[in-house]
Ligand binder design. Structure first.
Ligand code: SF4
Length: 221
């Protein structure tokens, strides 16, 4: 099998070709977590193939850099699961798993949100995050979909962007349960999927159609 056919069979976002002809490989991690077996396997392949190293990405993942084409398959097979299972990644802060300020369990909700939105076919990439309190360490207000935990429930934000044209997301609901939040997010994404232009991110979409139109579609008011 040639190298491109091999890469095509791997999970999403597992391997990327760099400009210099080498490859990067992303071990599979959920909400920034990695286990001892994965760490040992990564250490082992870096040593064995004399790879330049491992770095942390902005998306809370490890990335093995500078992998020559001739050892790519050996590296991937040794480090175990790679890439993503879910189409739309959701990031989270530590939340109640380890932060004393947390009001809600952000990591668990992020995992459930990934499952909840996995089948949406959208015009372009979607960035989502869940923060366990109003400190918003997962930067939920500048994500397409943002959830922020409060003592009384979740705040749902939609249409944020942290890129070249920064936009603060619009609050669609406050103090809602996780199930209510998921229903709202599902309706917002369905409206976005149906009416957005190709490659139009949620921030530009909300600016174009207006937040009132989004709220009407989602909340009926
Ligand atoms: S957003 Fe709140 S719960 Fe999450 S890490 Fe920051 S302070 Fe802690």
């Amino acid at each position: 099998m040639d190298i491109n056919s091999y890469i095509e069979k791997l999970p999403m976002r597992a391997v990327k070709l760099r400009k210099d002809g080498s490859y990067t490989v992303v071990p599979r991690m959920s909400q920034g977590r990695i286990n001892a077996e994965q760490l040992l396997a990564i250490y082992s392949v870096v040593q064995e193939h004399n790879l330049p190293g491992v770095r942390l990405t902005a998306g809370q993942r490890l990335m093995l850099d500078g992998i020559p084409a001739e050892v790519l398959e050996a590296v991937v097979e040794k480090i175990g699961p790679v890439g993503d299972v879910y189409r739309h990644k959701v990031q989270a802060c530590l939340g109640t798993a380890g932060c004393k300020l947390a009001m809600q369990d952000s990591m668990s909700l992020a995992e459930k949100l990934e499952e909840h939105i996995k089948d949406f076919v959208l015009p372009t990439k979607l960035k989502s995050s869940v923060s366990g309190c109003s400190m918003c360490c997962a930067e939920s207000m500048i994500r397409d979909v943002g959830l922020i935990g409060r003592k009384t429930g979740w705040t749902v934000s939609f249409g944020g962007n942290g890129g070249k044209r920064v936009r603060r997301g619009d609050i669609l609901a406050e103090d809602v349960s996780s199930q209510e939040a998921f229903d709202i997010i599902g309706k917002a994404l369905a409206f976005y999927a149906e009416h957005a232009k190709v490659k139009e991110r949620t921030a530009r979409f909300v600016e174009r159609v207006s937040v009132d139109a989004v709220k009407k579609a989602v909340l009926g008011k």
